[in-house]
Structure formats: structure tokens, C-alpha cells
Ligand binder design. Structure first.
Ligand code: SF4
Length: 300
């Protein structure tokens, strides 16, 4: 007999819960609301909210003048707010408070890096083209280097002046271990250029701990959850970047990990008699979908 357990820490993060509840509150009194980009990277949840009147648009000019537009938890660059004002839109700003603080810290770092004749470098460890990263870049008029991986940082190293100060931030949903590796490479190169030990770079290299605590805490917990089950069903939308990071973690810990979008994706051949099945997901996976997947496994 197969047993099923849902990971207690999987499901929406605080930022997504806040954005969705604000959209639902608005839609309880109106028949439609425009969302700038997908409010959550999960197709099933988008279908549910779409049926309630949430219309996803790609850019501000897609919103009819005078309407209301919701800014999702990822945040936006200042140019978006200016464009919304220009069209006479009412803005429901659901930028996650954690992202708002990160945007502010990036503006402050940029000012420091260019104060008193310095020409320092601002680095962002994040996914190129991701909405949160675009919002961060917009705080400094795009004057930062974005790297997605250690390999990308190594390519960028020759363009960084290590005799000037360097500050690095991470997108909130990146992997803590990959960020630590990237920062290690950065410190090594700076130490080599300056001819000092890597632990003597205070004031020259500033590493900001900006991975969201809700995400960082999930890594250790999810790794243990994946190890303690025979089979893992990881539920996430196709476009969820946090989903990719967390699924890779599950697969490293448990090779019998499968990524699915809905109960319909479960292949009964994956299950063996006596399996302890773990169901988990990303910060963009709704609890109701995790429960539907667990129910489908029980029915099998
Ligand atoms: S992952 Fe963290 S920072 Fe990002 S939206 Fe969720 S709560 Fe906010």
C-alpha cells in the first residue's frame, strides 16, 4: 500500500498570499482587474483567478486608460509607475515588502559605489529577464551586471575593476548554496587582484544576504523531506523559477523525483508497492493543488 504526505512548508510564500488576497478582495466588488504579468507562476491558479475576472497583461499600454492595474509581488522598475500614471491608471501595488527593501538597498549601494569619485561595480545574482531582476535593475537605470550562475560570473570577471569596491545582491528566490559559491569566486578573484587574503576584503567586497528567508529556510527542510520519502512529486508551474531551483534540489536528494503541473501528469508506472510518496512544491504552488495531487495518488 502506498502512503502520501504533503510537505507542510510547501505552498505560497507570504508575498504571493498577500498579492492574491488583494486581487480577490478587489474582485469581490468588481468584475475584472488587470494584473501586470502573471500574479503567480502557476497555470492552475491563474485559471482559477481568471474565472473570477483577473486579466493578465504584458505591459502598461495593454491596460485601458482609467482602469485599475495590480503590480505583483516581484515588483517593477520606476518606469512602470510613471507609465501607469501617464495612462491615468489606479495602481494596487502588491510588491512584496521583502522585495521593496531589496530595491531600496540596491539604490543605496549604487549611491555608495559612485560616491566620492568611485566607479564601483554592482552585481545581481539572478535570472536574466526575470520580473524581479528587471525591477531591481530599474532602480539603478540598468547599471549593474546580472549573472545567473558561476559560469556566467567567470565570463564577467574580466570586465570588473577589482581595485574599485564591489557589492553583490541576490534575487530573493535563488539557491543559497549557489549564491555562496558565486560570492566565493568573486572574493577569490578580488583577493588575487589586490594581493590580499580573501578574508581581508572588508569594505572592498560587500556581499548582501538578500535571499528571502521564506525561501532559504525551505531548502534545508525540503532536502530532508525528499530524502525521507521513496518518491517525490514536485508540483510547480512551467514558468516558476523558484520551482526549477527547488525541483533540482529534490532530484539531487532523491533521484525518484518527478516534476508535475497537475494530477493529470502523474504516471502510475512511477509508483511501486509500499512507496512513501512525498508531495511538495514551489512558493508559487497553491495548497489546493498539492492536496489534489495527494488525492489523485491515493485514488491510484
Ligand atoms: S519569495 Fe519571499 S521575497 Fe519573494 S515574494 Fe515570496 S515572500 Fe516575497
Amino acid at each position: 500500500m502506498v502512503t502520501v504526505e504533503i510537505d507542510s512548508q510547501s505552498g505560497f510564500c507570504g508575498g504571493v498570499i498577500r498579492a492574491i488576497s488583494q486581487a480577490e478582495r478587489f474582485l469581490s466588488g468588481q468584475d475584472h482587474l488587470y494584473s501586470l504579468g502573471a500574479i503567480v507562476h502557476n497555470e492552475a491558479e491563474l485559471d482559477r483567478l481568471g474565472a473570477r475576472g483577473l486579466r493578465t497583461v504584458a505591459s502598461i499600454p495593454d491596460v485601458p486608460a482609467g482602469e485599475t492595474v495590480l503590480i505583483r509581488a516581484h515588483g517593477e522598475p520606476p518606469a512602470t509607475y510613471a507609465a501607469a500614471r501617464g495612462r491615468g491608471l489606479t495602481v494596487i501595488d502588491c510588491t512584496c515588502p521583502v522585495v521593496l527593501k531589496l530595491q531600496q538597498h540596491i539604490r543605496e549601494a549604487y549611491a555608495r559605489l559612485h560616491a566620492d569619485g568611485f566607479h564601483g561595480t554592482l552585481l545581481i545574482f539572478g535570472k536574466i529577464g526575470h520580473a524581479e531582476v528587471l525591477g531591481l535593475l530599474g532602480q539603478v537605470d540598468g547599471d549593474a551586471i546580472v549573472v545567473e550562475s558561476r559560469a556566467m560570473l567567470e565570463e564577467a570577471l574580466p570586465s570588473i575593476d577589482f581595485n574599485q569596491p564591489v557589492e553583490i545582491f541576490s534575487q530573493t528566490t535563488k539557491s543559497p548554496s549557489e549564491y555562496a559559491e558565486v560570492c566565493g569566486v568573486l572574493a577569490e578573484r578580488m583577493a588575487a587582484v589586490r594581493g590580499v587574503p580573501a578574508d581581508a576584503l572588508a569594505g572592498a567586497l560587500t556581499v548582501h544576504d538578500t535571499i528571502c528567508a521564506q525561501v532559504a529556510n525551505r531548502h534545508g527542510h525540503l532536502a530532508a523531506f525528499a530524502r525521507s520519502h521513496d518518491l517525490i512529486l514536485f508540483v510547480a508551474g512551467e514558468s516558476s523559477s523558484n520551482g526549477r531551483v527547488l525541483f533540482d534540489l529534490c532530484r539531487r536528494e532523491n533521484p525518484r523525483s518527478f516534476r508535475i503541473g497537475s494530477p493529470a501528469d502523474i504516471d502510475p508506472a512511477w509508483l511501486l508497492p509500499g512507496d512513501r510518496v512525498g508531495v511538495c512544491g514551489a512558493t508559487s504552488t497553491p495548497k489546493w493543488l498539492l492536496e489534489a495531487v495527494a488525492g489523485a495518488v491515493r485514488a491510484l
